[in-house]
Design a protein around this ligand. Structure first.
Ligand code: ATP
Length: 519
């Protein structure tokens, strides 16, 4: 940046001088009599060179993928990471584990003298947005290594050999600029098991990656970090010792880590002193680091929109809703009959969730957001690591309660339950195939069994979802007055918060006759 400014200043002086000399040639001013023709030519030529250099400086590509930019040395500065472990909140045990690798890079000669081998490959796996890329950048930052980012999909090409060439180029560059960290995001795009989907180009690319990983010797301080959301898809050969032999799970943060991540992302923002970050961390169970970063950013944007000087809890609540449920639709044209159906559907979810005590219902809304026409905002009361069979069943019951409420009240069902059905079926499928919670036995079903017995599996899934649907209908039937009360309040106010929901439930704790008045 400094270099660019300096050239700009010199160029401006050169241009002024050049124009002054041209003007003097046509309308002599007498100011440049001491300048010989050679001096004038020199000024023009230098100005021209600076002009060309300046234009080139500006048109240099900013985002050349690492795999394509071997020949460009100017990438060096850009590929240094300025992220350190201070920027990575939580994940303490992972940072500790990586400390050894960092020490190895920083003191490579000591390790080499001892004959110790540098670990070649580390594989981060886990759900999206949990900080895998951030960790890799931090390793590069902590060791002042070149950070070469690439994504598995960059190597996937139609033409045989291109992907393999890109892998070669990437490793050549890494060796040239060692110490370096090669980070391959979505490594499953090239590293998926070869027998499942035989594809010549992909196989060649993966083979080249294996060859490169075997090929660089431990004197070259190059570490390859791969990241994937699907460890189970990767080819065994890639996971073998000497290649990606360290597998580190990066999961969604727990409450303490969520609090720390939020602290990192509000660091440079003016926050209202009354804000309780712990309470926000509690409300965001199950969210990834990326979603939390997004919430902090959204809260700041909303505060600007609301003309606030500081970000208050209201902005945070709005940001959580924005991130979880999507953008609020202004002036949606929804028919009254549809609105009634949505109110009954969402009331069904809220009623059953509260009765089965699955999650804390925070808000029910029939204001459309994103693709949802209505939604129930809820979060688990506490961090959970083990989920029992009955809890999974209750989750399915809650998901199917929207559809059940529609059927119970209108004797008709709509398309509104598409997403719920999808999620409920997925849980039931996991119960059958992964958790051994069906009549097919206490075992995990492997891919081959699933492929050849899809009918039997479907029957088991259907048994679970049918039973849960009946359970939802039963709860709704037994509590129809509460359901209608919630739905009527939603029709009136569009949004119900947890206090209002508790108030409605409390009414019906009294003897039932008052419920008749409502209908
Ligand atoms: P994907 O699997 O989708 O590639 P990822 O696991 O690589 O995702 P990152 O790209 O590292 O996720 O994280 C996205 C953003 O989320 C980061 O840039 C950062 O702002 C935020 N983030 C995630 N985890 C953390 C964390 N532990 N501390 C601070 N910020 C975090």
């Amino acid at each position: 940046m400094k270099k660019k400014k300096l050239i700009f200043v010199l160029l401006t002086i050169g241009l002024i001088m050049s124009f002054a000399l041209i003007y003097d040639a046509f309308f002599p001013t007498g100011n440049f009599t001491s300048f010989r023709i050679v001096d004038k030519l020199l000024i023009w030529v230098i100005t021209l060179i600076m002009l060309i250099y300046f234009i080139n400086l500006d048109s240099r590509p900013q985002l050349v993928p690492s795999v394509l930019s071997l020949e460009k040395d100017n990438g060096r500065e850009r590929d240094k990471s300025d992220i350190s472990f201070k920027d990575v909140a939580g994940l303490e045990e992972i940072k500790e584990e990586l400390q050894e690798t960092i020490d190895f890079i920083n003191n490579s000669t000591r390790y080499k003298k001892m004959g110790a081998k540098i670990p070649k490959g580390i594989l981060f796996y886990g759900p999206p947005g949990t900080g895998k890329t951030l960790l890799a950048k931090a390793v590069a930052g902590e060791t002042n290594s070149t950070f070469l980012y690439s994504s598995g999909s960059e190597f996937v090409e139609k033409y045989v050999g291109i992907g393999a060439k890109r892998v070669r180029t990437l490793f050549e560059r890494a060796k040239k600029e060692a110490p370096s960290i090669i980070f391959i995001d979505e490594i499953d795009a090239i590293g998926a098991r070869r027998n499942l989907d035989s594809n010549n180009e992909k196989d060649q690319t993966l083979n080249q990656l294996l060859v490169e990983m075997d090929g660089f010797n431990t004197n070259e301080t190059v570490i390859v970090i791969g990241a994937t959301n699907r460890l189970d898809l990767l080819d065994e050969a890639l996971l073998r010792p000497g290649r990606f032999d360290r597998h580190i799970y990066v999961g969604n943060p727990n409450i303490r880590a969520r609090e720390q991540i939020l602290q990192v992302h509000i660091k440079n923002k003016p926050i209202d002193k009354t804000i309780d970050i712990k309470a926000i961390a509690k409300k965001t169970t199950g969210l990834s680091g990326a979603q939390l970063a997004n919430i902090a950013n959204e809260a700041a944007i909303i505060a600007v929109r609301n003309n606030k000087n500081r970000i208050s809890i209201n902005e945070f609540d709005a940001a959580i809703e924005r991130v979880l449920a999507g953008l609020e639709l202004k002036n949606p044209s929804i028919l009254k009959k549809e609105k009634e159906t949505i109110a009954i559907h969402e009331s069904g979810h809220a009623l059953v969730s509260k009765i089965l005590d699955t999650d804390v219902v925070q808000k029910i809304s029939i204001v459309p957001r994103g693709q949802a026409l209505g939604y129930v905002l809820k979060f688990p009361d506490e961090e959970r690591y083990l989920i029992s069979k009955s809890e999974l069943e209750n989750k399915i019951t809650c998901l199917l309660a929207g559809r059940a409420a529609e059927e119970f009240v209108f004797n008709e069902i709509t398309t509104g339950a598409k997403d719920d059905l999808n999620k409920a079926t997925e849980i039931a499928r996991e119960m059958v195939c992964s958790y051994g919670m069906s009549e097919l036995g206490t075992m995990e079903l492997d891919e081959v069994f699933i492929r050849y017995n899809s009918d039997i599996i479907r029957v088991e899934i259907k048994k679970i979802t049918d039973e849960r649907y009946k359970a939802a209908l039963k709860i709704i039937g037994e509590n129809k007055y509460i359901l209608l009360h919630i739905a009527n309040t939603l029709m009136e106010r569009e949004i119900i918060d947890s206090d209002e929901l508790n108030r409605i439930f409390n009414i019906y704790k009294k003897p039932l006759p008052c419920a008749d008045e409502i209908n």
